[in-house]
Design a binder for this molecule. Structure first.
Ligand SMILES: [Zn+2]
Length: 300
């Protein structure tokens, strides 16, 4: 599943390749990726045709392309989605679902890129959990995603607000890191890595954490995701842009995720795996001791 650094790689690539272009035609090859657009595939296509892309923005793992009308093309890559920029006539991808033919770059944006001729923006998705829709009036921030918190790289992310909100919750810190209304973009892998680096067990309740511990895990999330951002940013090519960003978070050295039974890089204790919300959590039993069970209030 693409995580935030991969989605940021997509955003950056699209910003360099599609901004300033006009959507000349839209072909929906499978209805499922546009299912959230209540006007159906034909209405989706009609709402976008002739519109100019003025920017590419991101909130968490959502991307949107503000259009000159004040609307936006809103997208989520889901589990397996890709946004690919191709020269016209390039062979179709096996799971191509939506094709946008984009005009050459208009004058004011020209010469930013050697590939200023027409291109195709393609939405490719094997499993189709992701999708695209037109957000009416969504250029600034689509109302569909206004409830999603900022990600920790957003300049307007408020650390103090985050700490305060975490401390008012009894849920475990890992669950809170994955709560998109508190902080966005921290996926399962990065949560495990940040918790390992901060030496915190994911089941420690938010209300049982000291502010300094919450700040530590936030700093570690930024560190591990920041390293991935740097890597992802190097995976671009000039015009053939595979922007789903399988930029290789498995290439990086992971300390916890996926390392069941392997020695902890800090203390040598075998990493353990636990079930977590239909997925897995990986942690070091020694560096990240499990919290004691909550007790009912007692006299002592
Ligand atoms: Zn350890």
């Amino acid at each position: 599943m693409p995580e935030l650094p991969e989605v940021e790689t997509v955003r950056d690539g699209l910003a360099r390749h599609v901004v300033g272009r006009t959507i000349e035609s839209v072909t929906v090859l499978h209805p499922r990726p546009v299912r959230r657009d209540l006007r159906g595939p034909a209405g989706f296509a009609a709402a976008l045709t002739g519109r100019r892309v003025v920017d590419v923005r991101r909130r968490g793992k959502y991307l949107w392309l503000p259009l000159d009308t004040g609307d936006a093309l809103l997208g989520h890559l889901g589990m397996s989605g890709q946004l690919v920029v191709q020269p016209p006539g390039a062979p179709d991808e096996r799971h191509l679902r939506v094709r946008f033919v984009l005009s050459p770059v208009v004058e004011e944006h020209a010469s930013r890129d050697p590939g200023d001729g027409p291109v195709e923006l393609r939405f490719v998705d094997q499993r189709m959990f992701g999708g695209l829709s037109v957000s009416q009036g969504g250029a600034e921030l689509p109302p569909e995603i206004a409830h999603i918190a900022r990600d920790p790289f957003d300049p307007d992310f408020d650390d103090d607000l985050f700490v305060g909100r975490v401390r008012r919750r009894t849920a475990g810190i890992k669950r809170l890191l994955l709560d998109q209304t508190l902080i966005s973009g921290v996926g399962n892998i990065y949560a495990d890595e940040a918790l390992w680096r901060a030496q915190l067990h994911g089941e420690r309740g938010g209300d049982r954490l000291r502010p300094i511990e919450i700040r530590r895990v936030l700093a570690e999330a930024r560190a591990v995701m920041g390293a991935a951002l740097v890597q992802g940013g190097t995976s671009f090519d000039a015009l053939y842009v595979n922007v789903n960003g399988e930029s290789g978070y498995f290439d990086r050295s992971l300390h916890a995720y996926g390392r069941e039974g392997l020695p902890c890089d800090r203390c040598g204790t075998p990493i353990r795996r636990a079930e977590f919300m239909n997925r897995s959590s990986f942690s070091c039993p020694r560096c990240q001791p499990a919290p004691r069970a909550r007790r009912l209030p007692s006299r002592d």
